[in-house]
Design a protein around this ligand. Structure first.
Ligand SMILES: Cc1cc2nc3c(=O)[nH]c(=O)nc-3n(C[C@H](O)[C@H](O)[C@H](O)COP(=O)(O)OP(=O)(O)OC[C@H]3O[C@@H](n4cnc5c(N)ncnc54)[C@H](O)[C@@H]3O)c2cc1C
Length: 432
């Protein structure tokens, strides 16, 4: 794997984007115009909304139907900003009107069943929708097997790992906490949605506490031995908040006693495999995760609970003509992120449009960037380009923001500006 400088990397990501542009893949527009058929997409999140957009852009005659349970989409990206008190929920809420204007049939209903062989889905409202191809991007489900009453845990120890009411509950608990309180953040073992997410959350909660409740502290009791962008996060924490026992942020990795054994929502405490018990005034318990129920019930998951796909086409390994993208699937070296889901969505749209036009799909290239705020004007990022090689997706180039103070403050401030630019661009691409 190559480490590259930002300027060169932007060129690489640009070329990955260009590969997603069909004309750059050498398929003439006249051929694409011949693509017609019906595609049903389940899930209007990062994967589903982006796939619908690109299917319609590249194959205007394709009948694209998107089924989404909720009437609006609230993004997990930037939800840590809401938890930290810097944004409101409405700032990260997107309507589906933009997709409708693009000519996509948006159906708000819950998919209750998938007939993968017939490429048909059944809706709670009683309707059935069939397509020549299906695209599934339903996200994740949470596994609560350490505790008996999961609803009670979500109420007292909110995960806030799907944005919406849970985000607001965690925010309200932080507002209600006294100065001098302890916030526990409990990241699940990998793999999980958004590998840097728990650590960005710790950063933005620390920013809130520093400005409002400076005697408080955060303990990250981590079921992992290492985490995403670790050096860059730790250097920035040390610089802005203080890192270590007795400082504002303390990180306890798995090998130093961070692995959870049990939870007691009544006592707001957690016990680790080392026998230590930690008590929090606010506890953010993020359960471990698997692919959404829907794909599990349809028999599309493997023994670990995730969907195996051919990583060049994202077609299910067990159901022909059914493409599974985003957090639900196993995508080689790509992390479970909104950016990854959108990149997989574009390549899947290219595969489907090509096949509906009677062409071979183009060679795929994928990209991901994950930005994380340390404070509203200090951010870090990890970015990579991926290619399909020897049967799976491999990371071929990329890099991480150098830890502070390897770069001047201005550098991290600019990263915060890029973070906001990234959000604007990915959400307008997805939802208009
Ligand atoms: C705190 C946090 C911060 C994050 N920050 C970033 C970030 O900065 N950058 C980044 O790239 N990623 C980030 N992510 C990760 C990102 O949110 C996910 O990886 C991304 O949403 C995955 O897209 P998806 O399409 O697979 O699923 P989702 O975006 O979750 O979409 C799934 C959709 O399917 C719908 N659905 C599910 N089941 C059904 C059904 N049966 N019927 C109808 N509809 C259904 C759901 O309502 C939902 O709208 C973050 C995640 C978290 C938790």
């Amino acid at each position: 794997m190559q480490n590259v400088k930002r300027r060169d990397f932007i060129k690489l990501v640009g070329s990955a984007g260009a590969v997603s542009g069909l004309t750059a893949m050498g398929i003439p527009t006249s051929v694409l115009a011949k693509a017609s058929g019906k595609v049903v997409i389940v899930g209007g999140g990062f994967g589903g909304a982006t796939c619908a957009t690109y299917l319609k852009r590249w194959g205007p005659d394709i009948d694209v139907t998107l089924v989404e349970r909720d009437s609006e989409f609230i993004t997990c990206p930037f939800s840590n900003e809401v938890i930290g008190g810097n944004l409101e929920l409405k700032d990260i809420t997107h309507s589906y009107d933009g997709l409708k204007k693009r000519g996509i049939n948006v159906v708000h209903d819950e998919v209750t069943g998938i007939d993968a062989g017939a490429k048909k889905v059944s809706l709670k409202g009683g309707q059935e929708l069939a397509g020549d191809m299906l695209v599934l991007s339903p996200g994740i489900r949470f596994i609560y097997d350490r505790v008996e009453n999961d609803t009670k845990v979500e109420e007292s120890m909110p995960h806030a790992w799907k944005a919406g009411p849970q985000t607001m509950l965690l925010r309200k608990q932080l507002e209600a906490m006294n100065d001098g309180g302890t916030v526990l953040i409990l990241p699940p073992p990998k793999p999980f949605r958004c590998p840097p997410g728990p650590y960005e959350r710790a950063s933005l909660i620390a920013n809130y506490l520093k400005n409002n409740k400076p005697k408080s502290k955060i303990i990250i009791v981590d079921s992992n031995t290492s985490h995403s962008k670790q050096k860059a996060f730790h250097a920035a924490w040390d610089h802005l908040y203080g890192l270590g026992e007795g400082k504002m942020i303390q990180w306890i990795p798995e090998n130093e006693g961070g692995k959870l054994e049990s939870l007691d929502p009544g006592a707001m405490s957690v016990t680790t495999t080392f026998g230590d018990t930690f008590k929090g005034d606010v506890v953010n318990f993020i359960p471990y995760q698997k692919a959404a129920d829907l794909v599990e019930n349809a028999g599309l998951t493997n023994k670990d609970g995730w969907c195996d796909v051919n990583q060049d086409t994202f077609e299910s390994k067990v159901a022909k003509g059914v493409h599974i993208i985003g957090d639900s699937c196993v995508a080689g070296a790509m992390p479970k992120s909104g950016h990854s889901a959108a990149s997989q969505a574009k390549n899947t749209a290219a595969v489907i449009v090509s096949r509906l036009a009677g062409q071979e799909p183009p060679e795929p290239t994928y990209a991901n960037t994950c930005y994380s705020f340390i404070s509203p004007d200090f951010a870090i990022s990890v970015a990579a380009v991926y290619r399909f090689q020897e049967g799976s997706i491999k990371r071929v180039a990329g890099g991480v923001t150098p830890p502070y103070p390897e770069e001047k403050e201005r550098f991290y401030k600019n990263e915060a500006k890029y973070t906001r630019g990234w959000y604007k661009s990915i959400t307008s691409e997805g939802w208009g």
